[in-house]
Design a protein around this ligand. Structure first.
Ligand code: 1PZ
Length: 216
């Protein structure tokens, strides 16, 4: 039912998806939010096979969210706020580990994507303000240390560190991200960061208001 966007990663589609995900009333529309994530999957695919584990994990989290959206309670999965309200009221959040037969909650699943969005925000900010000689793998690793490593097991951290070694160079990244528009590349990246960070901050407030920043 969604318009078919191009096969290749397009940073403007990414920015549009995340900026339209924030409604004028300050709600986060899940459909657009997940659309943004689907665009990010394309980006990961463009990075090569070393990122297979990370993109499979991302795909799996997106799919869980889509199943909630298409399930019997689909109406409640329209915005982040309505999802939180519904799962809280129905005891579905999973403040303790949920029984194995129960699907992972929307709240705990979105929290994983939300934390990863912080990684992206930090990384793109570094990239957008970086000098020619700076190493992309290092920018990745520094953003990871701050945004995601605290939530990952030692094993995951080792796997991620390996993937970062295969990160394309800064120049190649710019090529994937902005292709033709070289002069404005840094600016395009930084306006994208602004969109991501608005969405991140609203989600963070909702989660923090309900004591949901540490869901298992
Ligand atoms: C360009 C790619 C850079 C990636 C940045 C670092 C992302 C590392 C994510 C590694 C996940 C692979 C292993 C699985 C980890 C899971 O344990 C965790 C927690 O989920 P749980 O086990 O609690 O169900 N999964 C995540 O943290 C989800 C992470 C999604 C990946 C995000 C990628 C970043 C997106 C940027 C796109 C370029």
């Amino acid at each position: 039912p969604l318009p078919l966007w191009g096969e290749e990663f397009d940073i403007r589609q990414l920015r549009r998806a995340f900026s339209t995900s924030l409604s004028p009333r300050g709600e986060i529309l899940l459909r657009e939010y997940l659309h943004g994530w689907r665009q990010l999957l394309k980006f990961m695919e463009a990075l090569g096979t070393a990122f297979g584990l990370i993109s499979r994990e991302t795909e799996s989290k997106i799919s869980i969210m889509e199943q909630h959206q298409e399930g019997p309670h689909s109406l409640h999965y329209h915005t982040v706020q309505s999802m939180v309200k519904f799962e809280l009221a129905s005891g579905l959040v999973g403040f303790q580990s949920l029984p194995a037969h129960q699907p992972p909650s929307g709240c705990r699943t979105l929290l994983r994507l939300h934390r990863a969005l912080k990684w992206l925000e930090l990384f793109l900010h570094k990239l957008g303000t970086s000098q020619k000689d700076e190493k992309s793998s290092r920018m990745c690793a520094e953003a990871y240390r701050v945004a995601l490593a605290p939530y990952h097991s030692w094993w995951v951290q080792q796997a991620v560190a390996l993937a970062f070694l295969a990160m394309p160079s800064r120049q190649e990244l710019y090529h994937i991200i902005v292709r033709g528009e070289k002069p404005a590349a840094g600016a395009i990246v930084l306006t994208t960061v602004e969109s991501l960070s608005r969405v991140y901050n609203v989600t963070q407030e909702v989660y923090s208001a309900h004591g949901m920043l540490e869901l298992p």
